[in-house]
Design a protein around this ligand. Sequence first.
Ligand code: FES
Length: 237
Amino acid sequence: MSKVLNFTIDGVICMAEKGQTILNAATANKIYIPTLCNLPGLKPRGSCRVCNVKVNGKFLTACTTPVAEGMEIENNSEDIIDIRKSIIELLLVEGNHYCPYCEKSGNCDLQAIAYKYNIPAPRFPYQFPDRDIEATNGKLLKDHNRCILCKRCIRGIKDEDGKSIFAFKRRGHKVIINIDTRLSANMTDEMAQEAMDICPVGAIIKKEIGFKVPIGERKYDKEPIGSDIEEIKATTI
Ligand code: FES
C-alpha cells in the first residue's frame, strides 16, 4: 500500500497518497479547487494558474504540486480568492466572451467559475480584440474570441497514431489554436464531440447540431461548478 500523508486544507485534516497532487488530494477529500487547464487523465501543465493555493505563505498551483506530509494549505483565504478572481476577470476581458449566445453557455467552466466567484462584471477594461471565427474544418468550428489557450485540446485530442490534431500557431500574443488539416481529415463525429467537450470554454464547437440542450437546462445551470466535489464543510465565497 502506498504511503499515506497527513495534511490540512483551511484547517480541515486530510489524507493523501504519496505522489498525489494537492488538487487530486483535495478532490479525494471533497474539497473543491477551481481549475481550467487541468483535466483528469491529462498531464497537468499549470498554465492557467486559477488553481493557486497557498502553502507556507507561497502561492503554488495545486494541479502540479505534490502533497507533502504536514503541509498546511490555504484554499479559501481572501488573497487567494482575489487572485483567482483576477485571473478569471483578465481572461474575460482579454477575449470576447458573449455568453448569452454561446453554444457552450451553461457548460462553460470559465463562465461557471465566474458565477461561483460572484463576478458580475470584470474590474478591468474590455480589450475587444479583433479575432476570427474559422469554419473551414468539416466537423468543427473554431472561435478564437473564446479561446483561453489552455492546451487541453492539444494534449487530449490525438489521432490513432497518438499525434496531436490541434497545435499552437503563431507566437506571443498572436498565438492561436490550429487544427491539422491532414490529421483531422478522418475525424469521426465522436472525436469532434470529444474536442468540443475537452474545451473548457466555447472555442471549439461541433458543427451541425446547436442548442440541442436548451440554455437553462445545461450542466452548470442546474448545479454550480464544484458541487459534485465539495461537501457541506466547503466555505462560502
Ligand atoms: Fe492548475 Fe490551470 S488548473 S494551473
